[in-house]
Design a protein around this ligand. Structure first.
Ligand code: XMP
Length: 513
């Protein structure tokens, strides 16, 4: 078997570094993100086959700008610099970097200057995503300009005899045309790497890491029954078996029959040692009379922590808490603690580990949802679980506008169940990112038979999205919408009107609260 191809991405702080890693994984090559303090010796010892220098917010001429060990440039391995990475290369090889006039942000055309294997099979000009204040002013000796931007600034450079090159734009972002092909040319035509990194490798690697970290200790994990936590429960079970106890909390805010379905699948059919704890009375009494969305979210988050504290007292020997945190969640929680506005306080079991002195295990914290789905497929998890729509931690609590009562939960569960089962039977379920029903605190007049009715309104929401960060409302078939509306009004006591939400995100959000 050939040696595993391995790419190191040296991270100089770009917001896109994880995206580079993701693109490389998509091309079936193993990559690791490393800090700028790695040395040329580390690169050699770890059998790294190629290095990518990421972008970053600094200018290479700032006093504390991050730099890497320059001996790396003297190793005989292919190196690709992106933005800041290109400027580091240029500086090392003797160029000056210019930082004033031609700042370029956003889309720019990139024109070919000289044919190079990096652009093999790609017809320039292409539209490329720029995000930099510096650009290379004088071309270092032995380098040639491969492409230029609209402003005539060098957009791609390469050494004329060594495999060292750089791009002033970001090939990893979707807004760059053919960016993936440029990266592929670097990996396969220049660095001559092999496609030998698959979900199967990820699983083996994660299992080994979990085994090594945990040893003989015990792990508690929060199982919601959604894609991420279900895949994680199966993965950890493969690694350490019954040393990990998945805990499923019934908070009374789940979809119709959800707790039975989750237990049936993961415990009865898949054999995981799932513990179910019913704290629905605690949640519902804490929410009594509360109508403010943020307050609801805080109460639900707080009740989860209380429930976990109680459960962990039943397992005093547990040392770790496993969470299905994904990379986009990491970005969200970072921005929550930064200067940006808190739009919604996302519920997770954060705050818990410190309080209970549990150490965290987050095997998926560098992955995106579709990658977790692939891993789930490799672990032979049922498609029904893997393709489930995302469901928010606070559950129906943020889909019942106004006060949450047992009766309103029942009404919403029934309406939601009709919508989802109609989506399944029409074949549309897997075409949309997320679909659900929202119960409004509004009553309207209707007529059923010869009777006047005065009952609640519900909204149906279905959105298309690739990551939940932006979304558009789904253009569902009118016949389907009509069936859903008829069935809800006829079958769900308490609702006499159905409306369809046609708001995109932004300016709306996916959930209503
Ligand atoms: P919004 O409503 O912010 O939702 O547009 C974006 C995505 O996140 C889900 N969501 C949550 N997920 N805990 C979660 O785990 C939460 O508190 C939460 N709030 C929203 C939402 O369902 C959508 O997929």
């Amino acid at each position: 078997m050939s040696l595993l191809s391995k790419v190191w991405i040296i991270d100089f702080g770009s917001q896109y570094t994880q995206l580079i890693a993701r693109r490389i994984r998509e091309m079936a090559v193993f990559s690791e993100i490393v800090l700028p303090n790695v040395t040329a010796e580390d690169v050699k010892k770890n059998n790294v086959s190629a290095v990518i220098l990421s972008g970053g917010p600094s200018s290479v001429y700032e006093d504390n700008a991050p730099v890497s060990d320059e001996n790396i440039f003297e190793l005989d391995i292919p190196i690709l610099g992106i933005c800041y990475g290109l400027q580091l290369i240029s500086r090392y090889f003797g160029s000056r970097v210019h930082s004033e006039n031609h700042r370029e942000y956003g889309s720019s055309q990139v024109f070919l200057e000289k044919n190079h294997i990096l652009f093999d099979g790609i017809n320039l000009p292409i539209k490329a995503w720029m995000s930099h204040g510096d650009h290379v002013d004088s071309i270092p000796e032995n380098f040639e300009v491969l492409a230029i931007s609209e402003n005539k600034a060098p957009a791609a450079l390469a050494h004329n005899s060594r495999n060292i090159m750089g791009l002033q734009f970001h090939p990893e972002v979707q807004h760059t045309d053919r960016g993936k092909d440029i990266l592929e040319n670097f990996l396969f035509k220049i660095a001559k790497l092999e496609k030998n990194w698959t979900s199967h490798h990820f699983i083996n690697e994660a299992i080994n890491r979990i085994k090594q970290t945990v040893g003989r200790d015990k792990v508690l994990m929060a199982l919601s029954g959604g894609v991420d936590s279900s895949v994680m429960a199966v993965l950890i079970n493969k690694a350490i078996g019954d040393q990990c106890v998945p805990v499923f909390i019934d908070n009374g805010l789940l979809r119709k029959n959800e707790h039975n379905k989750v237990i049936d699948l993961l415990k009865n059919k898949m054999g995981l040692p799932v513990e179910k704890h019913d704290y629905s009375d605690d949640f519902l009494s804490a929410l009594k009379g509360v109508t403010d969305p943020e307050q609801k979210r805080k109460i639900i988050g707080h009740e989860f922590i209380k429930a976990f504290e109680k459960i962990s007292k039943m397992h005093p020997d547990f040392k770790y808490l496993a969470q299905g945190t994904l990379y986009p969640d990491v970005i969200e929680s970072r921005s929550v603690s930064g200067p940006s506005h808190v739009i919604k306080s996302h519920h997770n079991v954060g705050g818990l580990p410190e309080k209970m002195k549990l150490k965290l295990i987050e095997p998926f914290d560098s992955l995106f949802k579709d990658e977790v789905r692939k891993i789930g497929k490799e672990l032979e998890i049922n498609d029904h679980v893997l393709k489930r729509h995302p469901f928010p931690g606070p559950g129906l609590g943020v889909r019942i506008l106004g006060e949450i009562t047992q009766e309103r939960i029942r009404v919403l569960q029934d309406a939601d169940d009709i919508f989802i089962s109609e989506l399944y039977s029409s074949g549309a379920y897997n075409d949309v990112w997320q679909a659900f029903v929202v119960l409004l605190p509004v009553k309207t007049v209707g007529v059923m038979g010869d009777q006047r009715t005065y009952e609640d309104v519900c909204a149906i929401r279905s959105v298309n999205s690739s990551d939940g960060m932006t979304a558009d409302w789904s253009r569902l078939d009118f016949e389907l919408l009509s069936r859903v509306s008829n069935r809800i009004v006829n079958e769900v006591r308490g609702i006499n009107r159905v409306v369809y939400d046609i708001t995109s995100k932004p300016p709306g959000t996916i959930e209503w609260e």
